[in-house]
Design a protein around this ligand. Structure first.
Ligand code: PLP
Length: 454
């Protein structure tokens, strides 16, 4: 647990030197960080030797947990010795990039034609926005540029991807969202549905509200729709079963591209290799990152269908160049490590394991639904959310000033669990290697933290 840092401790030096993302800097100066020093399996240890179950796989990324995977370390070492850096700019290529692109295309949930490598999920979504503009300009539809995402979506923090993100703290005082990025209904039945509205009726209404927004703006002005299969950082929101079928019908009617943001759901998180398979999505582009390299190195990829690629190819050919790319996008060491990561997933049948233990996580979390503090439990596969509620009947959230989320985080730490409390929702996305026994240990500890928060 954090406490006032001792002079010249790592924590004190941190307070003096770092501005932290997603942190209240005023509180941080008072309490300092938890300095995490090592990890093994689903566990991490802080500098005082206290051990925690990492219930969020770091930031939804360390599918293989926190142990030193010798194979990945060796592959990185060997790649650094062979070719420490190269890039795909200007008709160059390197073998790890070629191999990884092939591997991604081979496992894609729908036929995809090309891979564009980036360093982060934000960059992959930014790239998608730029390619969508490029695509519609090429098709002679310069007015078809607006993009729709959803309230509570999380697509990143660069200027454009933060605009796609539908969370107030990512916009407030950053002068976002950019013009031309619109947000539609969040498919969260628990909060969004009217009294007595079934999940299917609510899904229909979400699709109608999307269609109404498209009509109000003019279908000829809407280029694309972005969605996470399960909304992660917005609070683990699982859409109603018929939601995406209805949404995709609307998109098809208006010739609107669909970008699936698989940055969290990709690589086994929802009980299938891709969230697209769990929810039967047929996207035109897929953004993926995080578990692509199990968080060992930064890497992201944007995949696109042949029909999107052809338009981009022809336009870039006409212009003479595709004027986009990141120095470190598809870094050979990151690609080599990601390839080996995918090989480990395959050899250990990690997606099969996640599918097998996912129901245990869901069942154990649902056992918490009767707790007086819990409003809703939701999730699929190895992603889950436990939403705390001030009043179960009226589904009233807590007043943020009450600090219930912060208290829950403190009690979770005291019981040896790290995860994130997003608004009122305690999020779970443990490493895919987690065992049923570790799930039980984690949820038992969460139950005790809930009791302490009460
Ligand atoms: N998309 C989704 C669904 C995410 O959850 C995240 C990060 O959590 C991003 C995009 C942004 O990825 P990054 O933080 O690598 O830029």
């Amino acid at each position: 647990m954090t406490q006032v840092p001792r002079p010249n401790s790592a924590a004190a030096r941190d307070v003096r030197s770092q501005l932290h993302p997603y942190t209240n800097p005023v509180l941080h100066e008072q309490s300092g960080p938890m300095v995490v020093t090592r990890g093994d399996g689903v566990w991490v240890e802080d500098e005082r030797g206290d051990r925690y179950i990492e219930g969020l796989a770091g930031l939804w990324c360390t599918a293989l947990g926190f142990s030193a995977e010798e194979r990945l370390a060796r592959v990185a070492y060997e790649q650094m010795r062979r070719l420490s850096f190269y890039h795909p700019f200007g008709h160059k290529a390197h073998v790890p990039g070629i191999d990884l692109a092939e591997a991604l295309l081979a496992m894609a949930p729908v036929p995809m034609s090309k891979v564009f490598f980036c360093n982060s999920g934000s960059e992959a979504n930014d790239t998608a926005i730029k390619f969508i503009r490029f695509y519609n300009n090429a098709l002679g539809r310069p007015e078809k540029k607006k993009i729709i995402s959803r309230l509570k979506a999380y697509h990143g923090v660069t200027v454009a991807s933060a605009s796609l993100t539908g969370l107030p703290n990512n916009h407030r005082d950053f002068d976002l969202p950019l013009a031309g990025i619109l947000h539609t209904t969040c498919p969260h039945h628990y909060h969004g549905a009217a009294e007595g509205e079934s999940p299917d009726a609510f899904a229909s209404r979400c699709a109608e509200e999307l269609e109404a927004l498209i009509q109000a703006e003019g279908p000829d002005t809407i280029a694309a729709f972005f969605a996470e299969p399960v909304m992660g950082a917005g609070g683990v929101i699982v859409p109603p079963p018929t939601y995406f079928e209805k949404i995709q019908a609307v998109l098809k009617r208006h010739d609107i591209l669909f970008v699936a943001d698989e940055v969290i759901c990709g690589f086994g998180r929802t009980g299938n290799p891709w969230g697209c398979q769990t929810f039967d999505l047929k996207p035109d582009m897929i953004a993926c990152a995080k578990q692509l390299s199990s968080g060992y190195l930064p890497l992201a990829a944007l995949m696109m269908t042949e029909s999107v690629y052809e338009v981009i190819r022809d336009n870039a050919g006409r212009i003479g160049i595709l004027g986009h790319g990141y120095t470190y996008g598809g870094h050979p060491v990151a690609c080599a490590v990601a390839l080996e990561t995918l090989a480990i997933y395959r050899e250990r049948d990690l997606f099969g394991h996640a599918a097998a233990v996912g129901p245990r996580l869901q069942a154990r979390l649902r056992d918490l639904a009767d707790h007086p503090l819990v409003g809703e439990v939701r999730g699929v596969g190895l992603i889950g959310g436990v939403e705390l509620s001030r009043d179960k009947a009226s589904r009233q959230p807590f007043d943020p000033a009450q600090g219930v989320g912060a208290a829950m985080t403190r009690h979770l730490h005291a019981h040896g669990v790290i995860t994130r409390v997003i608004g009122d929702t305690v999020a779970f996305s443990p490493p895919l290697i987690i065992t049923e026994e570790e799930i039980d240990t984690m949820v038992d500890r969460v139950a005790r933290a809930l009791d302490d928060t009460l």
